[in-house]
Ligand binder design. Sequence first.
Ligand code: SF4
Length: 411
Amino acid sequence: MWRVSTLLNEPTGTTGTQTGFVEPAPSALLLLGQGRDLASERGVECTGALPAPSDPDLVERARAARAALGDRAFVLGHHYQRDEVIDFADVTGDSFKLAREAAARPEAEFVIFCGVHFMAESADILTSDAQQVVLPDLAAGCSMADMAEIGQVEEAWAVLQDAGIADEVVPVTYMNSSAAIKAFTGRHGGTVCTSSNAQVALRWAFDRVGGVDGNGKVLFMPDQHLGRNTAVRQLGMSLDDCVVFDPRKPMGGLTTQQLRDARMILWRGHCSVHGRFSERNVADVRAAVPGVTVMVHPECKNEVVSAADLVGSTEFIIKALDAAEPGSSWAIGTELNLVRRLAKAHPDKQVHYLDSTVCFCSTMNRIDLPHLVWAMESLVAGRVVNRIVVDADDAHWARVALDQMLALPGI
Ligand code: SF4
């Protein structure tokens, strides 16, 4: 018997025995698979009085420090952050929206970035020299961004030069990359993109080398899936137009002819969170939930986005849920903190998580309330901790690439 239950410690008003059937609570996130495997801890749910998720004393300290900082600080919260952190964010958004918000607050002395390292770097690049950007935990990196290092990218460019095609290649880097790689992109006439504007950015890039139907190429870093999905689904290219450049192999593991024939040269990188979703997950949820709409992020594999009903950025996913009919059923393939928050915000809809296992972004989760309190209390005491500073030359060229993105049509 297939049974769904609420996630983790959200009370359901039911006791959930090993043999009983528990109706899904309409206001809670439904975790595909939970409740089916009754011999494991995935088959059980927490009920009754539970401790608060955050220490109330710590919440009070956070409130006091935030009040003491007032307008001197501006707190940004990425959608994938924990609820206890989002509660203190002045604005929430995806990386693109937060970069713009940071740039639009010149009066804030401190920008406290509750997100990951590359986002804080972008905030430092886009804010004035008088502003200081703080990342509450320096260990909050991004495994995808770490899959492309500047030395590897420079070596890859040398391979393209040796193949005689560098002049017909425009680099496009996803926001989820280091400042050094954004700077590389700026120096070589390319642009940054996000999951919201990848199609526009790629069209712009191809227009610089003969158009989408020409012979020019894009070197897309570091997320192969976003690059492939955008090229195939939105630009009408074929999978054969795309090759994957593996920086750990000589010549990226490609022949000169393969590089010359390619239109999209995709860096071998991926998101460890979105890369987990599979076609099987989509098939399972369709079988279990009649009429469900499957919506996934474009960082998912091509076979997953092909099997889904809707594909879009986190901002797209949020808007789609807002506009959905009451009573409708959704299975969402993106980071779990966001999906869980959406489930709470939409008690009139059934929101399922598109995986049978819990999958938070572990690096996003490094930012927790203790780190945020420590960062804010330090600022109150006159100490700037964990400041993110991009070196001046990289900052200049990365800004060129970011400004190019902000100047794209329709952005
Ligand atoms: S969700 Fe993926 S891309 Fe986003 S920060 Fe985590 S690892 Fe990086």
